[in-house]
Design a protein around this ligand. Structure first.
Ligand code: ATP
Length: 266
């Protein structure tokens, strides 16, 4: 099978500061202040055309950071993301401007992706219809609910028809009818051999839709494989994790960040 995305040894380092004074001092003397924190630590995986890959992991495990790096929204600190050929990638949740109306956001996002005025004219009514925003399309996006924003983001992304679509939590908001419609659209994408990355906390949606799962844990790959192989392990992990005390969770986090395996939960 043809590869569509190759992610090799991705690192993402942030600096954590103890207050704003330290942040300022770091500008003057970068080596002396702040603590290095790795949101992603040596993450590798490959996607083939037609794959639907789910990113799972507890809060703060690096799912959004990784999807933003693949979408080119956030720069990596190290490693490589190789995307096959002339591939267009779009992340549903990226770049809606609150001060602009829904309609202006459609135009802006299309222009940024290199569409001509004529192409936008043709796309716009399709996007508006899919979004079900009706007259709200001419209201500023900052007045939208999170469900409305995700409907707009999803409507733009799927109608632009990218080769790689990154869906970050977009389907967990919005109503059932809209998420059913979106799932249908995603099935169409899959049939066309496009690659999708799906970031969600919904185990049900992941099982229903993904072929493969990348399980991240505090910036590291815990597992990557077929959904039926990885999901039961993740569910077993979650069951144990939920029973842990706050202190035990902190210890688990510390150990995971250092790359130590805790047999208790694996
Ligand atoms: N700009 C930033 N500066 C410092 N730390 C950051 C920044 N962005 C993300 N992080 C940290 O990186 C880690 C990974 O965050 P990320 O949002 O990718 O996780 P996630 O798995 O998507 O979490 P969630 O499920 O809660 O959405 C977190 O500890 C987060 O606090």
């Amino acid at each position: 099978m043809e590869k569509s995305i190759i992610v090799k040894h991705i690192m993402k380092k942030y600096k954590l500061y103890n207050g704003s004074k330290e942040r300022l001092l770091d500008l003057i003397s970068p080596k002396s202040y702040g603590e290095d924190f790795y949101a992603l630590n040596d993450v590798s995986f490959e996607a083939e055309k037609g794959d639907v890959i789910g990113f799972i992991g507890i809060n703060g495990s690096g799912k959004s950071t990784l999807s933003n790096i693949i979408a080119g929204i956030v720069p990596e600190t190290g490693g490589d993301v190789v995307v096959n050929g002339e591939t267009s990638i779009i992340a549903v949740s990226a770049g809606l401007k609150g001060d602009l109306t829904g309609r202006d956001n459609i135009e802006l996002k299309c222009l940024m992706l290199g569409f001509s005025k004529e192409e936008i004219k043709e796309l716009e009514p399709k996007i508006i219809e899919f979004s079900e925003l009706d007259k709200f399309i001419d209201q500023p996006v900052k007045s939208y609910s999170s469900g409305m924003k995700s409907r707009l983001g999803f409507a733009i992304s799927v109608n632009i028809d990218p080769d790689i679509l990154i869906i970050d939590e977009a389907l967990s908001v919005g109503d059932k009818a809209f998420s059913e419609k979106s799932l249908e659209k995603m099935k169409e994408f899959k049939q066309k051999g496009k690659t999708m990355i799906f970031v969600s906390h919904s185990i049900g949606q992941m099982k229903k839709f993904c072929d493969k799962i990348l399980w991240l844990e505090y910036g590291r790959v815990k597992a990557f494989g077929q959904v039926e192989e990885v999901m039961p392990k993740y569910e077993a992990f979650l069951k144990n994790y939920k029973k842990m005390s706050k202190k035990a969770r902190e210890e688990y986090k510390e150990a995971s960040l250092k790359g130590q395996q805790k047999p208790l939960l694996t």
